[in-house]
Design a protein around this ligand. Sequence first.
Ligand code: BES
Ligand code: MN
Ligand code: ZN
Length: 502
Amino acid sequence: MQIAVVQGDISTTEADVVVVNLFEGVTSPGGATGAVDRALDGAISKLIGLGDIRGKAGERTTIHTFGKIAAPRVVVAGLGKAEDFDVDAVRNLSAEVARACRKPGVTHVATIVHGAGIGGLDPEACAQALAEGAALGAYQFLRYKVESDDDDKAALERLTVVEHDAGKVAGLAAAAERGRILAEATNLARDLANEPANNLNPTDLAARAATVAEAPNLELEVLEEAEMEAKGMGSLLSVARGSVQPAKLVCISYKGRGGEGYDLALVGKGITFDTGGISIKPAQGMEAMKADMTGAASVIAAMQAVAALAPKADILAIAPCTENMPGGNATRPGDVVSAMNGTTIEILNTDAEGRLVLADGLCYARELGARHLVDVATLTGAISVALGDQCYGLMTNDDTLAKRVESAAEAAGERAWRLPMFKEYGEQLKSNVSVIKNVGGRPAGSITAAKFLEHFVDGKPWVHLDIAGVDMASKDKGWVTKGASGQVVRALVNLALGFADE
Ligand code: BES
Ligand code: MN
Ligand code: ZN
């Protein structure tokens, strides 16, 4: 989406739709809304008088202008009560407006920055959220809708943000550009997660990562199976054995500080399809497992935004990518494998494969000198039992890093919720034959998965994010779109940007 901030008067701006706003309880609109009202001979005030426009949150009124102003339509967006309005509301409103504008003949929307006037919010934060919301809300995955009708194909192409005060334009433009970058990265993660597994195997995913790594300040390394073998990554390779598709370990490096090692490594689970392996999953709903690489997609996409925003920090993304298939060479329940750090693992359930690939991914991040580790994974069904889709699970060995991740999520309009990591939970992983087994039984399933991962972080500050409850959405809601939700990508970028202050 093309996004521009211009100095001007919204009531004379040319666009397919002009968007202004109204807080609940306001009877005579001021500012930009007032200017449009006057240009329309008081149409907005009259509709307020009639009770047809009340400014309630979620209310949207389309007024046809029949030549009175340059734009053929005005949308008055209700903002609700001023005291309830915040930056998250700006993002969600902007997304809803973008979707409402999805119709044939509408490609260009002009809007003012919501919330910065009587809302009293920081104008630049609002401009960023406005841009993010529009680009996130307009997202659709249409690649295979070859015969889609005009309504399906309609897409918002251009957003013009109109600001009256010339002195504010540059700051708002920089903020909107930040928002656009964050949203485009999120949309890339969505594209990857929505892609069916027949067209996105580990080799394809590595190729998509290579496209991201074409940015001049990124470097790509892809380890092949022979190299993984040489490094002793028996845990990751044990998952790949059942598939004819070769595993790939994708690493993208960004050196904005140019120091030793990395301030932060983002490690993402990249199971391009999870059948469960020999411990095969039930048929019902298995198609959702095409998105079992959302962690990998998120860390790869986050690097696209990191490269574009260029913070003075050193950031690494690692994505262990493989299918989990029940082929003739597949790992059997009872097999014992050894991870890169020498930890032996008894595999009792081949469907607990995410932790197996992350184990070697985390070890490799440490070998490359990562000082903080954050892994992201659609790791357990148990996390949606515990938390539903309201937040993702956060498990950690480090309070400070946990708080940083929580604030990064909050700034993105997301919620990370912490689960306990008492050492007793680790006892559920005791194996009779090896150091640990890969499942800890039904109780606290998400936590024991995290306890498993803790064996591979070398005591370094680490956060595990279990996104299995939030990675897919069943309907559009605010900035979250149906299918791959795009959650966590902007949180990861925010976190990475924070390392520039040190
Ligand atoms: N990819 C799944 C987790 C998952 C389930 C993600 C549902 C999204 C929706 C993971 O690999 C898995 O199968 N986990 C098992 C672990 C169990 C065998 C210990 C699970 O959650 O059932
Ligand atoms: Mn599984
Ligand atoms: Zn899985």
